[in-house]
Design a protein around this ligand. Sequence first.
Ligand code: CTP
Length: 208
Amino acid sequence: MKILISAGPTREKIDIIRFISNRSSGKMGYALAAIAAESDAEVVLVSGPVNLNVSDNVRLIKVESAAEMAKAVYLEAPDADLVIMAAAVADFTPKQVCDHKIKKTSGNLTIDLKPTEDILLNLGKNKPEGQVLVGFAAESENLLANAQDKMQRKNLDWIAANDISKKDRGFASDSNAVTLLSKDGKQIEIAMDSKKNIAKQIIKIISV
Ligand code: CTP
């Protein structure tokens, strides 16, 4: 059995020293990888830049940008039995990366952004027979309706809906609370707990 997990933020370069990113700590994805590694499965973790330790029996692939994450995930996904996209992939990236430090000028600075690839959407389009594909939905409003819509649009088997409007859970927090939705209509609440315990429950539920 092979389990592929993505974690952390991505960094989208503006110039040689600046980037656009987000507050993802990577803790949820790393907790999922640690729990998955307690089984006999081969576990691959594709991670954006974070400062976390990884279990010995996890194969770590470090990436920076959404494009690099896409490349690594597309390479590892075809023979994976379970894929969990917990990474907070940037939705936009600068159209051009300046090859020197952008100098301060007196006026405003405008940075043109273009959309990144939606990795999960592409995984859903090319999902091999029998693979279980799981996404996360970070929502600040209409949590379940938006998560449900994402699950259908991206052809997922499960989605973990995360209410990021509350400070005590999700992004950059040590704890989390999620609602797991399945494509066949299950709705399972996982109450507020450490990310380690949330990961344990997610892996248990989706492995049944
Ligand atoms: N995701 C991805 N590639 C992207 C953006 C998101 O693979 N370029 C994945 C995330 O890893 C997550 C899921 O898609 O599992 C949902 O991410 P989220 O940020 O909640 O939603 P978006 O699809 O980006 O939509 P929106 O920002 O409009 O809510």
